[in-house]
Ligand binder design. Structure first.
Ligand SMILES: Cc1ncc(C[n+]2csc(CCOP(=O)(O)OP(=O)(O)O)c2C)c(N)n1
Length: 515
């Protein structure tokens, strides 16, 4: 069948399992948009800012375990989407990142939207290619899917000159099969087992696939046999947790407390992540979080088969066949004042089974984790790359990946304002997302950071961290984007509003007054 390049690409994407496209297109992508219309099986979701589309692609990939595509408009559109592609890269989310470009023969004329797209793409992409013609574009699309899915998962940027889309002679290409992950070496396994058996406290430092139920069960069995502690990074792409699942502690964000948590550790066995480092350098504080004399063994890096490594390690250390059974109850519905502690308890008490928690809480959520230890089983997704403005888009993508599950987005107000227009996409697609906005009307974390870096803030410096003049009205904002909303300023009304939002479907936003 003869078709243009764009159509051959869309058909290749669908055949390769990429059947959602998060888009903000322009003129150079019009043939792709037209092809989306002609091809069955591709769901297209419009965002009003590219950071929404890229953050949604991240959230989608974390929950679907496969890539969606984006569709962005040349270098400027890609630039707008870059911060959340950075977060996707840090989460090791597979993303087929499609960027339109001027027709090949037009580029030489340096038209207004011309820029060096490949250079912009490179900093966040594991694979970058500009298609050359309409006959090879489908092959490039198949290669992009394979590259995005290649372990550990990454952003594959396919740049699509307009004439490769409208030119004729396209044919559907087959996506190459997934390459199997490499296995941990016998040597690394023995070193890890020796470390676990030797004197001195050991930490199993876990990330990526080991934070799903299977990995955590294995890790808990190893811990039961060896006394090792299970610890995860500050921020993780996805943790499966709640009743019936094995708990894991996360390193805290503040350097001093993180260093304290790892104090005394003699061995750190790393699986599915990299050794812990501080988010930032601070005068007089270390960059590494583990003690100087702590030996590090990397058993399996994120690209490797982490579950196989844990299975073999469990055998080697003679781990019990079953993980420990841990009994506990979710917290009671709290009473009293509305603050971060009571909100954490309310979440722990009311979170429904299968909830997907998207956590961009920043300071308000620092202590939420323990209260949901025994909540109904759920997933917890964090801001893995530290680039704020992910929460609302990530929740949107997660809701598209898992339409039968409740998404609860824990959203700090300052961060939410980077990409608030993704609420409109939630309304347009009628997605089942509750957004809880922590309206402290400040960049609270940065007030603490001023002190941490040893700066001496004056009135002007503090003014850079306040969002209260004028106060931002989230209820009006949400309603303007078509999302029902309500503001609460005491615990009773929070509980009523949250219960109400849980009992209905569709997007709802609660502005929680914390200032
Ligand atoms: C893209 C990006 N821009 C700026 C920053 C710097 N930054 C980190 S936290 C923060 C403010 C967070 O404020 P808010 O979301 O309201 O959370 P709070 O600190 O009040 O809990 C800023 C501006 C960042 N991390 N990423």
């Amino acid at each position: 069948m003869s078709m243009n390049g764009a159509e051959s690409l869309v058909r290749t994407l669908v055949a390769g399992g990429v059947d959602v496209s998060f888009t903000n297109p322009g003129t150079s992508e019009m043939h792709f948009v037209a092809a989306l219309d002609r091809v069955e099986g591709m769901r297209c979701v419009l965002f009003l800012f590219e950071g929404g589309a890229t953050g949604a692609a991240d959230g989608y990939a974390r929950m679907a375990d496969k890539p969606a595509s984006t569709l962005l408009h040349l270098g400027p559109g890609l630039g707008n989407g870059l911060a959340n592609l950075h977060n996707a890269r840090r989460a090791r989310s597979p993303v087929v990142n499609i960027v339109g470009e001027h027709a090949t023969y037009h580029r030489q004329f340096d038209a207004p939207l011309t820029s060096d797209i490949e250079s912009i793409a490179r900093s966040v992409s594991s694979w970058v290619k500009t298609s050359e013609n309409s006959r090879s574009v489908a092959q490039d699309g198949a290669a992009a899917i394979a590259a995005a899915r290649a372990a550990p998962g990454g952003v594959a940027t396919l740049i699509l000159p307009a004439d490769t889309a409208w030119g004729a002679g396209g044919a559907v290409a087959e996506t190459p099969a997934l390459v199997e992950r490499t296995k941990a070496s016998e040597e690394a396994l023995r070193a890890a087992a020796d470390a676990l058996r030797s004197d001195g406290p050991a930490v199993l430092f876990l990330g990526d696939r080991t934070l799903r139920q299977r990995g955590l069960d294995l890790a808990a069995r190893i811990a039961a046999a060896t006394g090792a502690r299970l610890v995860a990074q500050v921020s993780n792409a996805r943790i499966e947790r709640g009743a019936g699942r094995q708990p894991i502690e996360r390193l805290p964000y503040p350097v001093d407390i993180a260093v304290e948590r790892l104090a005394g550790a003699k061995h750190l066995i790393v699986v599915g992540t990299t050794p812990p480092v501080a988010f930032f350098a601070y005068p007089g504080k270390p960059s590494h979080l583990q003690p100087e004399d702590c030996a590090i063994q990397v058993l399996a890096d994120p690209a490797m088969d982490q579950i196989d490594a844990l299975e073999r390690l469990a055998d080697l250390v003679g781990a019990p066949n079953e993980p420990p059974r841990l009994e506990g109850a979710r917290p009671d519905v709290p009473r009293g004042a509305l603050n971060a502690d009571t909100i954490g308890l309310a979440l722990g008490a009311l979170m429904p089974e299968g909830a997907i928690v998207c956590d961009e809480s920043i300071t308000t959520g620092r202590n939420f984790f323990p209260a949901s230890r025994f909540s109904a089983p759920h997933d917890w997704l964090q801001l893995s790359g530290g680039s704020i403005g992910l929460g609302i888009p990530m929740a949107t993508g997660a809701a598209i990946a898992c339409p039968d599950r409740k998404v609860i987005n824990l959203q700090a107000d300052g961060s939410g304002l980077y990409t608030a227009q993704a609420l409109w996409t939630q309304a347009r697609e009628n997605l089942d997302v509750i957004t809880l906005v922590w309206a402290n009307r400040s960049y609270a974390i940065l007030k603490a950071e001023l002190a941490n870096v040893g700066a001496n803030p004056g009135r002007k410096a503090l003014g850079m961290l306040s969002l209260d003049q004028p106060a931002i009205d989230w209820v009006s904002l949400a309603k303007g984007f078509g999302v029902e909303a309500r503001r609460v300023d005491d615990l009773e009304s929070f509980l009523t509003a949250f219960r109400g939002a849980l009992s209905r479907r569709g997007p709802f936003l609660i502005e929680v007054a914390l200032a």
